[in-house]
Ligand binder design. Structure first.
Ligand SMILES: [Zn+2]
Length: 55
């Protein structure tokens, strides 16, 4: 299934059998966590984990 990225608004390909807690890296650089909200699969930015962009 395709779910919109909450950060960049782009499409995120989520496996149909994705389970809550699974992590998906999006092309915008964010890590998204699969969550089950009210019976439907949603994506939430994973907090506390930031890539080092080499500043
Ligand atoms: Zn994104």
């Amino acid at each position: 299934m395709i779910i919109k990225c909450p950060i960049c608004g782009g499409d995120v390909e989520v496996p149909d059998d994705a389970l809550p807690g699974e992590l998906i890296d999006h092309e915008c650089g964010i890590t998204l966590e699969v969550v089950n909200e009210g019976g439907s699969i949603k994506l939430r930015p994973l907090e506390g984990v930031r890539e080092d962009w080499g500043e």
